[in-house]
Design a protein around this ligand. Structure first.
Ligand SMILES: NCc1[nH]cc(CCC(=O)O)c1CC(=O)O
Length: 360
């Protein structure tokens, strides 16, 4: 939508009143940074030029990310720019943001989530269900691997890394019969036309934070209050619940864990917002073992929606506690539904580099 903002890459001196955005230089990261720059201009009247940076996570394509420092790699160098004062904020795909930020950093806002689902992309096969036995599907996400094999144990699931354009090029070159990719990333890059269909939540549960954007600053940044106004309370509560599941299960990139929450009432007037949180855990070493699933629903106490984005830490804490409690209950249900410790041990001992990859 706001692809052609006035922001331009810039590494010169600072201008008072502007908010500089540190960003990776992949097409997706630049789209996201431009999007936020345009929002800052529209909603706050603030100029927000971009500071482009190449991170180690972008340079290292030949090794699995979990071997070289995990998805935190994408984030660390941007954080250094924030701590140095070279930039004021960083824009992240929330699902790439570690569960616990380093001391001194804050996730000040989570923008309204549009499309959290995973998409089926294939030149040849209109529907995932059309795939012939033994077909080759590309994904490097363990979460997707275990869910794909739960749907279709016959499939050959092959690793694919690199940015979206690179993955699609390999698909078009015939290396795969299809790919599973986040719909949000494809839509942002105007590649929505490549989507054949979205998977249902029962087929392919997304990972925590998928489809949402998070804004990070140093804690206590002077613009924190203004930036918080860009956040969306419902998305914040839903994604905090999702991230609570990952945090409780020590979700790293090598855990085949999905966690997704969505609001059930579609904002009908007078209705109580009700959140449904689901989680799926697969076995990292024997992906054919049954998935462990749990889901839970809860009505949001009405006051908490407003409190979610409150600058008052006590009020915000109450909203966060509600989301965290939901996460704890889903994790308890997971533990009751299957041998969670054995599945977590399998993920911890994972040694097959071809399976370990970023948290997509
Ligand atoms: N793991 C990489 C990544 N990080 C964010 C997105 C897409 C946007 C999003 O999910 O928010 C993707 C690509 C993908 O998973 O297909």
């Amino acid at each position: 939508m706001v692809n052609d903002s006035t922001a331009s890459l810039n590494d010169g001196g600072r201008t008072p009143g502007e908010l500089r955005i540190a960003t990776r230089e992949s097409r997706l990261a630049l789209w996201q940074a431009h999007h936020v720059s345009a929002l800052l201009q529209e909603r706050l009247g603030v100029q927000a030029p971009l500071l482009g940076m190449t991170t180690r996570g972008d340079q290292i394509l030949d090794r699995s990310l979990s071997k070289v420092g995990g998805k935190g790699l994408f984030v660390k160098e941007l954080e250094r720019a924030l701590l140095d004062g070279r930039a004021d904020l960083a824009v992240h795909s929330l699902k790439d943001v570690p569960m616990d930020l380093p001391d001194g950093m804050a996730l000040v806002a989570i923008l309204k989530r549009e499309d959290p689902l995973d998409a089926w992309v294939s030149p040849q096969f209109t529907r995932f269900a059309d795939l012939p036995p033994g077909a080759r599907v590309g994904t490097s996400s363990l979460r997707r691997v275990v869910q794909l094999l739960a749907l279709r144990p016959d499939l050959q699931v092959l690793p694919v890394r690199g940015n979206l354009d690179r993955r699609l090029a390999r698909l078009d070159a015939g290396e795969y019969d299809g790919l599973v990719l986040a719909a949000a990333g494809l839509m942002r890059l105007e590649l929505g036309g490549r989507i054949r269909h979205r998977f249902t939540l029962d087929e392919m549960l997304p990972c925590a934070g998928q489809g949402a954007l998070g804004l990070e600053t140093v804690a206590g940044h002077a613009a924190s209050h203004d930036l918080m106004a860009l956040g969306d309370a419902r998305t914040w509560l839903a994604t905090q619940a999702e991230r609570g599941v990952s945090r409780t299960l020590q979700g790293s990139c090598s855990i085949p864990l999905a966690a997704h929450a969505h609001w059930l009432d579609a904002a009908k007037e007078g209705s109580v917002p009700r959140l449904r949180l689901a989680a799926v855990l697969g076995h990292a070493l024997e992906p054919q073992r049954p998935l462990i699933r749990a889901s839970i629903e809860a009505d949001l106490p009405p006051a908490l929606l407003a409190q979610a984005l409150s600058p008052d830490p006590v009020a915000a804490r109450a909203a966060l506690d509600w989301a965290t409690d939901l996460a704890a209950r889903v994790v308890a249900d997971l533990r009751a539904a299957g041998d969670v410790p054995a599945y977590l041990d399998a993920a911890a001992s994972l040694s097959a580099p071809s399976l370990a990859a970023p948290g997509a």
